[in-house]
Design a protein around this ligand. Structure first.
Ligand SMILES: C[S@@+](CC[C@H](N)C(=O)[O-])C[C@H]1O[C@@H](n2cnc3c(N)ncnc32)[C@H](O)[C@@H]1O
Length: 187
C-alpha cells in the first residue's frame, strides 16, 4: 500500500542531515558493490552515503517526498511502501549485502529485516532505546528498543561485530541502541 503521509511518528526532530556516525563507521564492511536496502529512508541521508561508496541502493519509505535529487541517480531506486499495513515484507530473505535502518522501529518486521541480509552481508541498525523518554520524543514504548533487543534480533543468525546501548549527545541528547552484525558466509 502506498501513502504520501508526511508525518514521521518515530522522529526525534530535527533530524541531522548528516549520515549517522555509526553508519559511516561501519558502512565500509558492506561487501563492495553489493546492493543495499535503506529502510524507512526519510530524506535519504544514508542512501546518499551508500551511493557514494559504490552500492546500488533500494530505499523504502511511506513518504518519498524528501529525497531531493536522489531519484535521478542510476543506482538508486525508491519504493513507496507502508511497512506497517500488515502486508508481507516487500523483500525476501538474503536480498541485500547491506541493510541499513536508522531512527525507525516497527517490531513486527524486525525478523524480516534480519532475514533480508544476504550471506556475507551486514546489518546496520541504530534507533532510540528505552530511557529516551527523559530527553523527549520518541517516548512511546512502541518506538523504543528494550535492553538488548537488537542483540536478541540478531541472535542465532548474525555475528555481532559491534553493539552499543548508550546516551549520545549529538545531534541531540538521546538514548540509542546500535548494532553492526554480519551474516556469516555459508560453509
Ligand atoms: C525518524 S525518520 C528516519 C529517517 C531515516 N532513516 C534517517 O535516519 O534519516 C522515520 C522514517 O520512517 C518512515 N516511516 C514511518 N512509518 C512508516 C511506515 N509505516 N512505512 C514506511 N515508512 C515509515 C517515515 O516516513 C520516516 O521517513
Amino acid at each position: 500500500m502506498t501513502s504520501t503521509t508526511p508525518a514521521c511518528p518515530n522522529a526525534a526532530e530535527p533530524q541531522s542531515p548528516e549520515a549517522s556516525g555509526w553508519i559511516r563507521r561501519f558502512a565500509g564492511l558492506i561487501p563492495a558493490g553489493g546492493a543495499v536496502l535503506d529502510l524507512a529512508c526519510g530524506g535519504g541521508r544514508h542512501s546518499r552515503l551508500l551511493l557514494q561508496l559504490g552500492h546500488p541502493v533500494t530505499a523504502v519509505d511511506r513518504d518519498l517526498t524528501r529525497l531531493g535529487g536522489l531519484d535521478s541517480h542510476d543506482d538508486f531506486s525508491a519504493q513507496c511502501h507502508d511497512l506497517e499495513d500488515g502486508s508481507a515484507f516487500p523483500f525476501s530473505a538474503g536480498s541485500f549485502a547491506g541493510v541499513v535502518v536508522t531512527n525507525y522501529l516497527y517490531r513486527p518486521i524486525i525478523a524480516d529485516i534480519v532475514r533480508a541480509v544476504a550471506p556475507g552481508g551486514i546489518l546496520l541498525y541504530e534507533t532510540f532505546a528505552q530511557g529516551n523518554e527523559r530527553f523527549g520524543r520518541p517516548s512511546n514504548p512502541d518506538f523504543l528498543l528494550a535492553p538488548g533487543e537488537l542483540l536478541d534480533a540478531a541472535a542465532g543468525q548474525l555475528r555481532v561485530l559491534a553493539y552499543e546501548d548508550l546516551v549520545v549527545e549529538r545531534p541531540k541528547p538521546a538514548a540509542v541502541q546500535r548494532i553492526c552484525a554480519r551474516r556469516e558466509l555459508l560453509a
